[in-house]
Design a protein around this ligand. Structure first.
Ligand code: GLY
Length: 314
C-alpha cells in the first residue's frame, strides 16, 4: 500500500503542502489536487498559471484547466477563462454539476458566476508590461498596410502568425501539473495554465483537452503534460501513455514511446510530463532538457525533488 502523495511540476512545489494538508484532514485526492493547483493559480509566482499568467496577443490572460478522476474516469475542463482565477475549481464544478465535460469562454464565465465564483482581475504589472511590449513589437513587425487595422486578423491573413510563433521560446509554454494518489490507489490529475504566451485569442492548448494534456485511470496510472500543446493534442499524449501502461510497459518505457512520437512530428517546441503508475512509481520527462518533478507524501514536511528522464531523438 502506498502512502497518499502528490507530485507536481517545479511551479507546483511550493503549493504541494496545501494539498497534503487537505489529505491529512481527511479530504479526498480530488480535494487535495484542487487545493494545490488553486494555491498556484492564486499566486503570481508562476507567470504562466492563474493571476499574472502570460497574456495573449491582445494582452489578455486566458486560462485553461482540467481535472480528471481516475476512479470514475469523469472529467471537467474549462478554456479561455479571462474573468476568474479559479480555473481548476470551475473545471471540477463542470465535472460535478453539469452533464458536460468542457465549457469555454463566455459559457464558462456564465457558469462560474452561477456557481458563485468571485471575479478576478488576472492582470499584473508584468502582464501589462508584456502587453505593451507586444503592441510595440507588432507595430514593428507589420507593414504600414496593417496599421489601424486589427493586427491579429492581419497576422493570420499574411501568415505572419507562423513567423511570430517560431520566435517564441520553450519558456512560453508554462503550465502547472499536479497528480495525486491516495493510499487506496485512487488517482487524480489537475492541470492549469494561461497557455502559451502571446497566443492568438481563443487558442486552446492541451491542458484542458482530456487525453492530450491530462489523463488518468486508477487501473494503470496518470499523466499530465506541459510544453507545446499543439504537439500533444495531435497525438493524445497523456491518453496514449496511459494506454502503454495498460499494455504492460513500465512508466519509463511508456513515456519514452509517447515522447518519441512527439519527436517524430519534427515540429518546433518541446514536451514535458509528470506521471505515476498504478503502483505509485513516479517519473517526469522532457524532450528538451533534464527533467525533475516534486514529490510530497502525507508524512513529509517538505516536497522532495525527484529526477526524471530526457527523451532525445533516436
Ligand atoms: N501546454 C500548455 C499549452 O500548450 O497551452
Amino acid at each position: 500500500m502506498v502512502k497518499s502523495f502528490l507530485i507536481g511540476t517545479r511551479n507546483a512545489a511550493p503549493h504541494l503542502h496545501e494539498g497534503i494538508e487537505v489529505l491529512r484532514k481527511g479530504g479526498s485526492i480530488l480535494d487535495a489536487v484542487e487545493a494545490a493547483v488553486t494555491g498556484i493559480e492564486e499566486s503570481t509566482e508562476s507567470g504562466n498559471v492563474g493571476v499574472g499568467g502570460s497574456p495573449n496577443i491582445l494582452g489578455v490572460t486566458e486560462l485553461d484547466a482540467s481535472i480528471m478522476d481516475g476512479t470514475t474516469l469523469r472529467t471537467g475542463a474549462v478554456a479561455a477563462v479571462s474573468k476568474y482565477v479559479n480555473a481548476i475549481s470551475i473545471a471540477r464544478k463542470v465535472m460535478e454539476e453539469t452533464p458536460h465535460v468542457f465549457l469555454v469562454g463566455d459559457g464558462a464565465h456564465r457558469f462560474a458566476r452561477a456557481m458563485g465564483f468571485k471575479e478576478w482581475d488576472l492582470s499584473t504589472g508584468r502582464t501589462r508590461m508584456i502587453a505593451d511590449v507586444i503592441a510595440k513589437d507588432i507595430a514593428e513587425e507589420l507593414t504600414d498596410d496593417f496599421r489601424g487595422k486589427e493586427y491579429y486578423v492581419e497576422m493570420i491573413r499574411s501568415r505572419k502568425l507562423h513567423e511570430w510563433y517560431k520566435k517564441l521560446s520553450d519558456d512560453q509554454y508554462g503550465t502547472t501539473n499536479v497528480i495525486g494518489m491516495d493510499s487506496k490507489g485512487n488517482i487524480c490529475v489537475g492541470v492549469s495554465t494561461s497557455g502559451t504566451s502571446l497566443k492568438y485569442p481563443g487558442r486552446v492548448g492541451d491542458s484542458p483537452v482530456i487525453g492530450a494534456g491530462n489523463y488518468c485511470d486508477n487501473r494503470y496510472g496518470g499523466v499530465a503534460c506541459t510544453g507545446k500543446g499543439e504537439l500533444s493534442i495531435r497525438l493524445l499524449t497523456a491518453r496514449m501513455t496511459v494506454k502503454y501502461l495498460e499494455e504492460g510497459m513500465s512508466l519509463e518505457a511508456a513515456i519514452t514511446k509517447s515522447f518519441n512520437e512527439i519527436l517524430a512530428l519534427n515540429d518546433p517546441g518541446s514536451m514535458q510530463c509528470i506521471a505515476v503508475d498504478k503502483n505509485g512509481n513516479t517519473l517526469s520527462a522532457s524532450t528538451a532538457r533534464e527533467s525533475t518533478h516534486w514529490y510530497m507524501d502525507v508524512d513529509m514536511d517538505e516536497p522532495k525533488e525527484r529526477p526524471g528522464i530526457w527523451v532525445k531523438a533516436d
